[in-house]
Design a protein around this ligand. Sequence first.
Ligand code: SAM
Length: 260
Amino acid sequence: MGDGDLSFSNAIRNHVNPQTLVASTYDDATTIEQKYQNNALNNLKARNVHVLNSFDVTNTACWQGLKGYLNSFDVVIFQFPLIPAFVGREAFESNTRQNSMNVLNRALLHQFIKYANEFALDPGGPMLCYITSKDVKPYREWNIEGSLNDRLNIEYCGQMQFDISHFEGYKIRNVDRDKHVKDTSGITYVFSPKNIDTHTSELSPQLTKPAYLTPNHCSLCRVGPYMASEDETKHLNAKKHQQMLHLESDWQQWLNEFYS
Ligand SMILES: C[S@@+](CC[C@H](N)C(=O)[O-])C[C@H]1O[C@@H](n2cnc3c(N)ncnc32)[C@H](O)[C@@H]1O
C-alpha cells in the first residue's frame, strides 16, 4: 500500500517472489510517470503484477476494488507512510483546522490497519499488517506501538529492524518529490488479530518489544526506568510529557468522532 515509485513492490517481486503480489499507489499512473523518472510501473505490469493506482487506504471503495483478491492476503505492507504535504499556507490551514498533522497521520495508519483486516487479509492466514516507519520526530510521536490500534481487536505483536539489504533496488521515496531518502533506517511494526506464534513460527523470534513499554517507564516519551518516584513525578510534570498527553488526547477525540 502507498508505494511511491513502486521500487519496493518491484524488490518484493524480485527477491521474495510471493505466490500473489498486488501493488498499490496513492498517486494515479500519470502522476507516477511524471514524478518518478525511474518508476517500476511498466516493469511490474510486464511481469503480470497487478498494480492498483489511485488507491487511498482511507477509502473503503478502494479496498472493495480488490475484487478477486478480497480477504486473500497473508500480509499487507505500508512502507514509510506519510500524508502528503498541503501545498501553500491556505491549504495547510484549512486541512489542519480540525485535526493536526499528527492526528491525520495516526488516522491514516489506523484506517490502514482496520481496512486491511476487513478487506484484504485472509482470515485463514496469519493476518499480518506491517508498518515500517522511522524512529525520529515526527514519526515517533504517532505512538504506533501504543494507541494506534485503540478500538480495534488487533494487537501490536512487536517490531523488527527494517533491513533494506533484503530489498535490492528499493529506493525509499520522499512523499512529494523524485528524491529518495538516504537514511534508510526504519522499524517494522507488526499488527495482527491472531496469536502469531501459532501461525508464523519464523516471524515471532524476530519480533521484540522495547523496554519503554514495560512498567516503570513512560511509553509516550520513551523514558525510564525511573530510579525513584520523584523522577517519575518530575517527568509527568515536564513540558515534553504534557505535549505528548495533548497529542494523545487529540487522538482519542478523533477516535471518538470516527466511531460515533
Ligand atoms: C514517504 S512516502 C513513502 C513512499 C513509499 N511507500 C516508499 O517507501 O518509498 C509516503 C507515501 O504514503 C502515501 N500515502 C499518503 N496518504 C495515503 C493514502 N491515504 N493512501 C495511500 N497512500 C498514501 C503517499 O502517496 C506516499 O507515497
